[in-house]
Design a protein around this ligand. Structure first.
Ligand code: CTP
Ligand code: MG
Length: 181
């Protein structure tokens, strides 16, 4: 029961979980803010690039397409009725929203005097979740309501920050990240 609830919630969120990590690989080139500063501080900073944002978003959508192919065999294997990303614009909302949430978080960090790469506890763990869910609800309202039922939303909002902190700490210990957050 609880197992299938967690499995369906995480399956549905994969297109929002992947983009920020993919952006690290895709990033570089022209920053979104074009180098502009306001009040002596960058608008977003060199950590938010067009390439990273578009590459990260595309990675999330591609993964959703892959999960749609796997949905039926995996559902049979584990005996859980896993959600489909259909229409695909729900997954586009999840992926793009995850990137937009991260960009908005950078904006808030710069406005509050936080340099590039610094942490903002709370915001760091939820920016991509809130952004992804918000754009998915906007792009595909019916799919969103059917897929993110209240119990699944609770699982996502509670488990994602825990998972995020855990995976980042592991990546730091493995030498993949410079900061443990
Ligand atoms: N990245 C990118 N475009 C994005 C998000 C991330 O190019 N929209 C790339 C950048 O190379 C960035 C790296 O992924 O440095 C890690 O992302 P993140 O931790 O979000 O950026 P920070 O460099 O820490 O910058 P900020 O403090 O603004 O979050
Ligand atoms: Mg960072």
């Amino acid at each position: 029961m609880i197992g299938s609830l967690v499995a369906t919630a995480f399956w549905a969120m994969v297109p929002a979980y992947v983009p920020n990590n993919a952006a690290v690989l895709a990033g570089g080139g022209r920053p979104i803010d074009g180098g502009r500063s306001v009040g002596g501080r960058r608008l977003l900073g060199d950590g938010k690039t067009w390439r990273g944002t578009i590459g990260g978003g595309a990675a999330g959508v591609l993964l959703a397409i892959g999960l749609n192919v796997l949905q039926s065999p995996v559902a049979t294997l584990v005996g859980v009725d896993l959600p489909l990303f259909q229409p695909l614009r729900g997954a586009v909302g999840l992926a793009l929203g995850a990137m937009v949430g991260d960009v908005v978080a950078s904006f808030l960090k710069r406005r509050t005097g936080r340099e590039r790469g610094t942490s903002f506890p709370g915001l760091d763990q939820l920016d991509f979740v809130i952004g992804g869910l918000a754009l998915a609800a906007l792009f595909a309202p019916d799919w969103f309501l059917a897929t993110f039922t209240p119990p699944r939303l609770v699982v996502v909002l509670v488990a994602t920050p825990v998972l995020h902190v855990g995976t980042n700490a592991l990546a730091y210990l493995a030498g993949l990240k410079n900061e443990p957050y």
